[in-house]
Design a protein. Structure first.
Length: 253
């Protein structure tokens, strides 16, 4: 009968909101999605946003919006002692572990140094009320288009920055002057410098402007990189240029 069916139902606790951390540009990068059954454990690899970045700030949020400024901060900590390295090279493993009582442990672990740090976030204080949670979910629907646009703009900017950084890494190679003809080397240097200046002045540019700038840079640089790469590989050289990537791991400031 109906009452017996109800009594036999298994009640499962779930996360009322998505859980994640802030990545470059103020983006909410989710590790555990809303309505995930608990206990649950999720891990994701992040990297640094700047060259020789000595630490990362792990800011933990709950919410459904694309940008952390519209979500709820639960806690934060710094992981220090990251070895000096180019942007995008260090790997920081972040783990969210929510137990059956809703208590969450957030840990960050630098894979190159074995350094780590953990904080515990309880659900007994500083958490949102049911009304606040409902409003946050409603706002996520109401502002969905705005959130998509904001996130797309940040991603377009990041792709441009990554491409500039990739070209610069090639130029910083001690043998770059041996691999790249002087005229091409000047084009790469000038294009990198001009684009970086443009990014610094136009950090609030639109998604389309960042996309157009990336296409313009690729038009100037890609043929040179491809040509040098083909020449070096045809000679059987042990060292060559790396094709710049526009998409890397999510970056933490």
């Amino acid at each position: 009968n109906k009452s017996q069916e109800i009594q036999e139902m298994l009640l499962i606790d779930v996360t009322p909101l998505s859980l994640g951390i802030e990545t470059a540009g103020g983006v909410m990068t989710t590790l555990i999605k809303r309505n995930s059954a608990i206990p649950i454990n999720e891990t994701k690899i992040f990297t640094t946003y700047q060259d020789r970045q000595p630490s990362v700030c792990i800011q933990v949020y709950e919410g459904e919006r694309a940008m952390t400024k519209d979500n709820h901060l639960l806690g934060q900590f710094h992981l220090h002692g990251i070895l000096p390295a180019p942007r995008g090279i260090p790997q920081v493993e972040v783990t969210f572990d929510v137990n059956a009582n809703g208590i969450m442990e957030v840990s960050a672990y630098d894979k190159s140094t074995d350094r780590g740090h953990t904080i515990q976030i309880k659900n007994d204080k500083g958490r949102l009320t049911k009304a606040q949670i409902d409003k946050m979910c409603q706002d996520a629907i109401l502002f969905a288009d705005d959130d998509r646009s904001a996130k797309a703009r940040i991603e377009a900017k990041s792709q441009l920055e990554n491409y500039v950084h990739g070209i610069q890494m090639n130029l910083d190679n001690s043998n770059s002057h041996l691999m790249i003809p002087p005229q091409d080397l000047d084009i790469l240097k000038q294009t990198c410098e001009e684009t970086q200046r443009w990014i610094n002045v136009n950090s609030d540019a639109s998604e389309q402007q960042f996309t157009n700038k990336l296409k313009d840079m690729e038009r100037k640089c890609a043929p040179i990189i491809t040509r040098v790469y083909q020449n070096m590989t045809s000679r059987g050289g042990s060292e060559t240029l790396k094709v710049p990537e526009t998409k890397k791991m999510d970056e933490v400031d």
